[in-house]
Design a protein around this ligand. Structure first.
Ligand code: DQA
Length: 146
């Protein structure tokens, strides 16, 4: 089973970006861990990151066409990208899982982070558990498709 893990803007800077909030694991290290966790669950995981909204929209379209489940940390796009929401809605409308993940708990942070335009169309949301949010999201996909 293929799963696309998508990381949005600024997540390439993991490890050095506000480590007190986002932890010290780099994006490269996260990629290795997530791929391994997926393999342990029998999932074929590909991790991508982009700062560009259009890339994320196109990757949702690609997932629909390929029948790929999605784990997505939309980062700041979470809070305002209706384009990404509409694209992500196509994934769940296909009956594919789309799990929204966050390293931090946005509800415990600034007010503008309390709104997610993605949550309403996601299969589920896992937030606030650091990189474990990704592991739990993969577990959820594995259980739901298994
Ligand atoms: C984030 C939370 C967002 O509010 C923020 O813009 C991010 C990361 C998280 O993983 O905690 O870039 O999605």
């Amino acid at each position: 089973m293929n799963v696309l893990v998508v990381n949005g803007p600024n997540l390439r800077r993991l490890g050095t970006r506000e480590p007190e909030k986002y932890g010290s694991t780099t994006h490269e290290e996260l990629t290795v861990l997530v791929t391994q966790w997926g393999a342990d669950l029998g999932l074929d995981v590909e991790v991508r990151q982009s700062d560009d909204e259009a890339d994320l929209v196109h990757w949702m379209h690609e997932s629909v066409d390929a029948g790929t489940h999605v784990v997505i940390n939309p980062a700041a796009f979470t809070h305002y990208s209706y384009a990404l929401r509409d694209a992500a809605a196509l994934v769940t409308a296909e009956g594919l899982n789309l799990i929204e993940v966050h390293l931090t708990n946005p509800h415990a942070r600034e007010a503008f982070r309390h709104t997610s335009v993605i949550s309403g169309i996601a299969t589920g949301t896992i937030a606030g558990l650091g990189i474990d949010s990704y592991r739990l999201a993969l577990e959820a996909v594995a259980r739901r498709v298994g």
